[in-house]
Design a binder for this molecule. Structure first.
Ligand SMILES: Nc1ncnc2c1ncn2[C@@H]1O[C@H](COP(=O)(O)OP(=O)(O)O)[C@@H](O)[C@H]1O
Ligand SMILES: [Mg+2]
Length: 270
């Protein structure tokens, strides 16, 4: 609604940022680098962050960068995944029909993985997003996938992605020790700091085209402190404040306008 007023050709702070136009923080770059290593060496990784910090976005970027000629990436994001649906979800992505019984599906999946490895000469990378919501039983299945070969080679790379509590409140518990002990790489995606918040905002504005420096320095300070550097919150605050600036016919967003928006438009957001 405000795009024309600000001379933009696209909408900033939207969810549908093309993968090549994403803002890449240093932490994100580092984690993606580590995930390449995990994919290559077929390891088990856990990635956590607070909600809205960009975990799924990071995986989107990672999957785009993973060479398709060498890898097959299987991605599941379903908090209600029972073990049976877990196997069905993976087999569906391989274009293979799942069986009624979990054990049968498991065997078929293992065969498929062997074919991909042996015949197609590709490596399988399996990513389970929203993993903090999964039942222990499903997490266990995930771990069994790593184990079915008797030689020392892991048959695939596994990446569990979830909110901070996946590690802090679950995998650290004794009853998850069997899973935790298998984790080769653990990384967490932090909130953006003040400088990154500014670059993040700028990158969204750049992508929308035609505008620079719409937010004053103090406005960015306020956006950073109120969002605590969480990208999803930054998006909401910036979007609402651009609407507000447009309604007020202002060309520049200052800290007072951000304060107003925080108080009146985003009551539920904090
Ligand atoms: N690096 C980034 N560049 C651009 N937008 C991002 C980036 N990281 C996160 N976002 C935006 O922030 C929002 C939340 O990101 P998301 O990946 O869904 O977080 P999480 O999975 O950690 O809850 C999304 O709308 C996304 O577009
Ligand atoms: Mg997510």
């Amino acid at each position: 609604m405000y795009e024309e007023y600000f001379g933009m050709s696209g909408t900033p702070f939207s969810r549908s940022v093309p993968v090549e136009a994403l803002y890449e923080s240093q932490a994100m770059q580092e984690i993606i680098g580590r995930l390449f290593y995990v994919a290559d060496k077929q390891l088990f990784a856990v990635v956590t962050a607070d909600p809205g910090c960009g975990k799924s976005t990071l995986i989107r970027r990672f999957s785009e960068q993973l060479p398709q000629k060498d890898y097959i990436l299987l991605y599941l994001s379903d908090s209600k995944l029972t073990p049976r649906w877990f196997y069905k979800g993976l087999l569906d992505q391989l274009g293979v029909e799942a069986r009624f019984y979990r054990g049968d599906s498991k065997r078929i999946l293992q065969q498929q993985i062997e074919i991909i490895r042996g015949v197609q000469k590709k490596k399988v990378v399996c990513v389970l997003d929203e993993a903090h919501l999964l039942e222990k039983e499903t997490l266990e299945e995930f771990r069994f996938l790593l184990n079915y070969r008797f030689d020392s080679m892991s048959p695939l790379a596994l990446v569990l992605v979830g909110q901070t509590e996946l590690w802090d409140d679950r995998l650290k518990l004794q009853r998850y020790a069997a899973i935790r002990q298998r984790v080769d790489v653990y990384c967490t995606l932090p909130h953006l700091d003040r400088a990154e918040t500014e670059r993040y905002i700028r990158s969204h504005l750049d992508n929308a085209g035609g505008v620079q420096d719409l937010f004053t320095d103090k406005a960015v300070d306020t956006i950073h402190s109120s969002s605590t550097g969480i990208p999803r919150m930054i998006n909401r605050i910036c979007d609402k404040s651009l609407i507000y600036a447009y309604q007020k016919q202002k060309r520049l967003v200052d800290d007072h306008m951000i304060e107003y928006v925080l108080e009146h438009e985003l009551l539920t957001a904090k």
